[in-house]
Design a protein around this ligand. Structure first.
Ligand code: PLP
Length: 407
């Protein structure tokens, strides 16, 4: 297992613009963030160190499931008849079933160390809420999760997981039971709660620099594992993009090798990178968070109720946004019908049932492999298997019976 995270900030093609205070619109300093985050995470958010050491206590917990396997999808290669070699990094093996525990454990550790007793957060379909609940249980922290109301009502199983790990989970927005909710609204609820209590901090599961930093353990491990498999480098690295954390995690350790293409995959119904504007915007709907320069659909964007709940955020990580803006990273969008076709093909030949978010990356990886079939190129394709789909079977049921909207 790697012993240090890979920091993208000092390696960006162009310097990044600072976050701005939501009131004054002046660049924010560490003190502005102190009501929300412990100082260690605020330092990581702005750090220019090339690497940051992973604390031993964090490594001890990550060892429960890390290093995760790098798998060659040989059966998929054969089914497609492609000369490409397809590898995926299996982040579904974590206790919560996705990559999100890579950062939830680190964030819980630094919060515990700072003396916080309680963490608040938001969750969409529930992946981040479960990941943080698990991490808080490891460090004996209280955890309160504001869950987007449509998911709270329609997807009870992740709430049950959160409660099993000792967290409290309530529907958001709290003050409007008639609203279906959105991630932006749930962030506002969680931030409002954290700033109102002395014993509480707030934790965000994606977007921020320190979150992507913690996720780089994915790409660092994959790099070593590809070398063990006899591959010099991947030709292309692919991942789904909601806020950008699993994408950053798998791609950033390859960012300085110009021979490696980096590809973000998003839904056409929430096309932040492919159709959004690159500008300063709030992270939440109420305009309480700092403004960040990023691709955004507008902080009041209400995403349609597609199945890939983790990909329904109006903005994107400033690091990912800057890489796309600079031309270092590509972005593609797919409608969910095409995504579920790929998910079922993958499940049929490889056996594993991916999360709908994950299936976006699989769609793009299959299309890369089919292009290699046309051109005869033996490319090495790496994609991130960000999570399993065992708690998303209702979406498969809709697809299998022709009820899924191809939006
Ligand atoms: C949350 C989630 C995503 C999207 O979030 P990112 O921060 O963009 O990684 C993708 N896949 C799975 C399985 C998720 O749970």
């Amino acid at each position: 297992m790697p012993t240090a995270w890979f920091n993208a900030l000092p390696r960006m093609p162009e310097p990044m613009q600072p976050p701005l205070h939501p009131g004054t619109r002046e660049p924010i300093g560490p003190d502005d963030l102190a009501p929300l985050f412990p100082m260690a995470l605020i330092e990581q958010e702005m750090s220019t160190a090339l690497e940051i050491e992973i604390p031993g206590e964090v490594i001890d917990i990550l060892r429960l499931w890390r290093p995760t396997p790098l798998v060659r999808a040989e059966r998929l290669e054969r089914a497609l008849g492609t000369p490409a070699r397809i590898y995926f990094k299996d982040e579904s093996q974590s206790p919560a079933g996705s990559h999100k525990t890579n950062t939830s454990v680190a964030q819980a550790f630094y919060n515990k160390q700072s003396g916080a007793k309680r963490l608040t957060t938001e969750t969409g379909a529930g992946q981040w809420g479960t990941a943080l609940s698990f991490a808080c249980a490891q460090f004996d922290l209280e955890c309160k999760v504001y869950m987007v109301r449509t998911s709270f009502d329609s997807k009870p199983y992740r709430r049950v997981l959160m409660e099993t790990w000792g967290a409290e989970c309530v529907p958001s927005p709290v003050d409007d039971p008639s609203s279906p909710g959105s991630l932006g609204l749930a962030i506002s609820d969680a931030v409002r709660d954290a700033v109102s209590r002395e014993d509480s901090h707030y934790a965000l599961g994606s977007v921020l620099n320190h979150v992507l930093l913690h996720q780089t353990i994915i790409g660092l491990e994959a790099k070593d594992q590809l070398a063990m498999a006899g591959e010099e480098r991947p030709d292309v690295v692919i991942a789904p993009c909601g806020g950008g954390s699993n994408l950053g995690g798998v791609t950033l350790p390859f960012m300085e090798d110009a021979a490696v293409r980096l590809v973000a995959v998003e839904p056409t119904s929430c096309p932040t990178l492919t159709k959004g504007n690159f500008e300063y915007d709030f992270g939440d709907t109420a305009g309480m968070t700092p403004l960040m320069e990023m691709y955004t659909l507008g902080h009041d964007f209400m995403p349609p109720d597609i199945h890939a709940g983790g990909l329904r955020y109006h903005g994107d990580s400033p690091i990912i946004s800057a890489l796309v803006k600079a031309g270092r990273m590509e972005a593609v969008a797919y409608p969910q019908g095409k995504v579920f076709e790929a998910a079922r093909q993958f499940a049929t030949v490889e056996g594993r049932v991916p999360a709908p978010e994950t299936a976006h990356g699989i769609r793009a990886a299959i299309d890369e492999a089919l292009a290699c079939k046309e051109s005869g190129e033996e490319k090495v394709i790496l994609f991130n298997y960000s999570g399993h789909g065992f708690l998303d079977l209702a979406a498969y049921d809709d697809f299998n019976h022709g009820h899924l909207l191809d939006a």
